[in-house]
Every structure is written in C-alpha cells, then in structure tokens.
Design a protein around this ligand. Structure first.
Ligand code: ATR
Length: 289
C-alpha cells in the first residue's frame, strides 16, 4: 500500500550512472522491506524547491551527490558533526519533522579499510594526495579514527593549506615536491586526486618510496585496480580499493529511512563488481563523491 511504503532517493545532476539504487534495492529485497529508493535528476536551480517538497511527497530522506552536497549543507535545518567537519551533506533524513543533513563518506572510507586492512588506523603518519571534497571526507575520517599526523599534498598548495587550517592540529599542507620525503616514514597513502582515473593515467605518487608496512588506498572504484594500487601490490604493500567506501557510506542512510542496519556482504560486493564489469557499462572512472 502506498501509505505504508517507505520512500527514499538519491538526488544529483546527472544521476543516471549512480549505483546507489542497486545497493539500496538489494537491501530492500534482502530484508523484505516495503520501500523504494529512486534516482532523481534535479538541476541546481531546482534543488531548494526539491528539498522543500520532500515531506509532502512522502520521502523519509535520501542521498545527495554531485553537484548538490554543499547546497544540501546550507539548506538542512540541522547537521550532524561529520557534515559540519566536512562542510558537505550526502545524507538527509527527518527527525520530528526537522530535516537533518549528515555526511557518511568518512564513515564509508574508514569502514572499507576496517574490512580490507584491519588495524589500518594505527599504521602511523598518513599522506593524503589531493585537497578537494573527497579529501575532506578522508581527513575527517582519519582524525576521527585517531590518526595524529596527516600530511596533505596537493598540486595547488593553497587548497591544501585551506584544509590544514580547517582541520587544525596534526594536519599539515605540503607541495608536490615534498612527496618523496613525506612518504619515507608514512604508514598510509591515500589518493583522492583525479590522477589514475580515466584519461589521467599518471601515478599520483610512487609507492616505491614507502616503508614495507605501508598501506595504500585509492577512493576510486572504477576501475577497481587503479595504477597506484597495482604499483603498491607489485611493491609488496597492502592495497585497498575504493568500492567498499561506496557500499559502506550507504549503510547509515538505509538504517535511518528503512529501520534496519544493512550488511555490506560479499554477495552485495559481487553484485556491484559484476555491474562494473558488465559489457556496455560506462567505463569512465568513478568514485563515491
Ligand atoms: P573532489 O571534490 O571529487 O575531491 P575536486 O575538488 O575537483 O574533486 O578535487 C580534485 C583533486 O584532484 C584536487 O586536489 C586537484 O588538485 P588541484 O587542487 O591542484 O586542482 C587534484 N587533481 C586533479 N587533476 C590533477 C592532476 N592532473 N594532477 C594533480 N592533481 C590533480
């Protein structure tokens, strides 16, 4: 019955390539919940009106993706701590009639590493390549998990400095030329730049300069194995792909809208991997943000 149907969405522009409907659709079926999760394309000029109509249209909430994350941050009536720290909102829900905005990207990043490389947060200094929106979510997660020495490297140094100022103690900004020196005693290397993505084949940093215990991760999930991860594995380092970040960032939203904490199971991962590799599927690089 329409009245009892729990409704959620992912809103973006464009939105056709989002895998979120597949993830939430899998969970709705898996847990036998009478709910729907639909992809909605909304142009930036219509986004505020879209949010105003949510309750009226029967939505319990939804996900927000490019280019609406900053607008959702500005328009949500209340925001959780992660959203405040990151400065963007990727998950919306109602509490007592009030529209809340949260950010689960940092949670997705950390939970993915918990799965693939347990103990990662104790591995020592982290080098974060890039200073965009993805970098913010990563730094929020690193700080939240107690990493005390976070080194941001970015082509445009001023953007790295902005983030270092934003996140404060323990977070420093560096020019690309310093990368070799910064990697020499690092335990974590995280790529959030567009380098290594489709049409951008260069390595964002050379894992050869890392210590033997280092862990390397890339937030990209198409392709699953980026040139950086391949180079890290060839060097004998532990490497974690970015697909789990996409899967895990979806968990808190599903729980809020549909009332069950869903599992990121091997079956779900296999399903999304098969979709990524399906013939005819867009092969351009993709990541959670
Ligand atoms: P997002 O919000 O998805 O993180 P973004 O804000 O566009 O995306 O940030 C992209 C990051 O990739 C930035 O750190 C960018 O560096 P600049 O701040 O100097 O632009 C980095 N990046 C993109 N293309 C790059 C390239 N060819 N070489 C090095 N860094 C690159």
């Amino acid at each position: 019955m329409a009245e009892t149907m729990k409704k959620a969405f992912v809103v973006g522009h464009p939105i056709a390539h989002s895998r979120s409907p597949k993830i939430h659709g899998h969970w709705l079926a898996r847990y036998g919940i009478a709910g729907s999760y639909e992809a909605i394309d909304v142009a930036p000029s219509d986004f505020a009106a879209f949010l105003e109509g949510l309750a009226e249209n029967g939505y319990r909430g939804g996900n927000v993706t490019i280019p609406h994350k900053e607008a959702a941050f500005a328009l949500a009536a209340r925001r959780d701590r992660a959203a405040e720290e990151i400065g963007a909102v990727n998950t919306l829900w109602f509490e007592d009639g009030t529209l809340w905005g949260g950010n689960t990207d940092g949670h997705g990043f950390a939970a993915n590493l918990d799965d693939q490389v347990p103990g990662w947060a104790a591995n020592g200094p982290a080098v974060v390549l890039g200073a965009g929106g993805a970098s913010r979510a990563v730094i929020q997660a690193l700080k939240q998990r107690g990493v005390r020495d976070i080194r941001i490297v970015n082509r445009t140094l001023a953007r790295a400095r902005e983030l270092a100022d934003r996140f404060g103690a323990g977070v420093t900004a560096h020019a690309v030329e310093a990368t070799g020196e910064l990697l020499a005693d690092a335990g974590l290397l995280i790529n959030t730049t567009a380098l290594g993505m489709h049409g951008n084949e260069g390595l964002p940093a050379d894992p050869a300069g890392l210590p033997d215990h280092a862990i390397v991760t890339d937030i990209v999930y198409v392709p699953l194995e980026t040139p950086l991860l391949a180079a890290a594995r060839a060097r004998g380092l532990k490497a974690a792909d970015g697909l789990g970040m996409l899967l895990h960032q979806a968990v808190p939203g599903f729980e809020r809208w549909f009332g069950a904490r869903p599992e990121v199971s091997p079956e779900l991962r296999r399903m999304i991997v098969a979709d990524i590799k399906a013939p005819g599927v867009q092969s351009d690089a993709q990541r959670t943000l």
